[in-house]
Design a protein around this ligand. Structure first.
Ligand SMILES: [Zn+2]
Length: 406
């Protein structure tokens, strides 16, 4: 156990640096002030005294005039002290139009600071109650972080117009960022089921967590995409993405494997995603069955992020060679380490990253053989781990020296 921890600490440091592609770090500098925690106008996690059971999301996307409009319905159970209100987060650039409830009377709604939303209900919430509330909202999500949140991007070269979300942020503490587009209160130990209807412009495809139940072409040529996730996951693993995707199916069942690919990148994607079925079988054999009904990757401008059932995958990695296999394996493995076995507390996220980074090497072994594992460990993981360990050792030496001087 001790040895394992020593190995994983430096590996986590590597992982943090390795899979945040497409980030405009210069632009980040001007946005830090917005999202730093804690602040006088933000809520403390201790107020999260309820257990969200399921979220239903219904969203319409406008990609030409970047904005969203729709609703989020939350069913929640109350398992602590009586509460007069439900505390949620939602960026204040999104306007709340109304809040309704099928179980309680909505007395009032208030918003404070950058991201808080309080719904006051009566009668007050007692131990054992369940509540069902629906929040109707619209607007243009403000950027909360250069990596996490909701982003709209216009066409540039081979990249089509896109709206996508990333559920974790680089600069938030705690890191979940889905309050940029979804009223929620993310705690890793509060797992939810999910169902989503995405109404997207003509020619676009919507993708979200779970199995695609249906897609409907509407009279105005827009379309509606319906997904449902029956396996509860932490809220930071939920996502939506809308673009000109082609759906590339690699497997029909156990689990369904499908990737959402830009039309201009289909040829590269056929090569790039080739090892996915073999690797998911290997992980399933060695870690335990894959528990979700679907798996795949959806191309996005930034990435990667291990959203449940579909990894939001950095589009620049989709090339006609094997140079990015490691990130495919890393994010896939999170479906065991993080998406299924989940940390109770944000402070333990390094465990998810440590296991996933080791799984990059295991994927090499199980797809390409023992020599590939050894090569990857020697050339990719070991030097960075040694460098991180030397920094740790240097820190320890300084601390010991300081103690000796007392
Ligand atoms: Zn990771």
């Amino acid at each position: 156990m001790y040895l394992l921890l020593l190995v994983l600490i430096p590996i986590f440091a590597i992982a943090q640096e390795r899979h945040h592609f497409g980030v405009d770090f210069d632009a980040l500098k001007t946005r830090h002030e917005f999202c730093r925690r804690p602040g006088p106008n933000t809520l403390d996690d201790s107020l999260h005294q309820f257990n969200v059971l399921k979220i239903w999301s219904d969203l319409t996307f406008n990609l030409n005039n970047p904005s969203i409009a729709g609703s989020a319905r939350l069913r929640m159970a109350f398992d602590e002290t009586p509460l007069p209100r439900v505390d949620l987060k939602l960026v204040n650039s999104l306007s709340v139009d109304s809040v309704t409830s099928t179980t309680h009377t909505v007395d009032s709604v208030s918003r404070q600071g950058l991201d808080s939303l309080q719904v006051y209900l009566s009668p007050s919430l007692q131990l054992g109650d369940t509540a069902d509330i629906t929040i109707f909202y619209h607007g243009t999500p403000s950027i909360i972080d250069g990596w996490g949140g909701m982003f709209f991007a216009q066409a540039a070269g081979w990249r089509p117009q896109i709206c996508y979300t990333l559920g974790d942020a680089l600069d938030l503490d705690p890191p979940p960022a889905n309050f940029a587009w979804l009223p929620s209160f993310a705690d890793p130990n509060d797992k939810v089921e999910w169902e989503a209807w995405l109404h997207v412009p003509p020619g676009k495809v919507g993708v979200s967590a779970g199995v695609r139940l249906d897609s409907t072409l509407n009279q105005d040529s827009s379309s509606t995409w319906h997904y449902r996730l029956d396996q509860p996951v932490s809220t930071y693993l939920l996502f939506v993405s809308v673009s000109e995707y082609e759906i590339m199916t690699q497997r029909e069942s156990n689990p369904v494997i499908e990737n959402f690919v830009y039309p201009s990148r289909v040829t590269q994607a056929q090569v790039h995603f080739q090892p996915v079925p073999e690797c998911i079988d290997a992980f399933s054999t060695n870690f335990g069955p894959f528990v979700f009904d679907r798996f795949g990757y959806n191309m996005t401008r930034n990435g990667d992020m291990e959203h449940a059932t579909s990894v939001s995958h950095y589009d620049g990695a989709v090339v006609s060679n094997r140079s990015w296999d490691w990130i495919l394996f890393h994010e896939m493995s999170h479906h065991w380490w993080g998406d299924w076995v989940t940390c109770a507390d944000w402070r333990d996220l390094w465990l998810n990253e440590g296991f996933a980074t080791y799984c990059e090497a295991l994927g090499m072994e199980w797809v390409y053989g023992d020599q590939s594992f050894r090569d990857y460990m020697r050339t990719d993981l070991q030097p960075a781990a040694r460098s991180a360990w030397e920094r740790l050792y240097d820190l320890r030496s300084r601390l010991l020296l300081g103690r000796d001087c007392l």
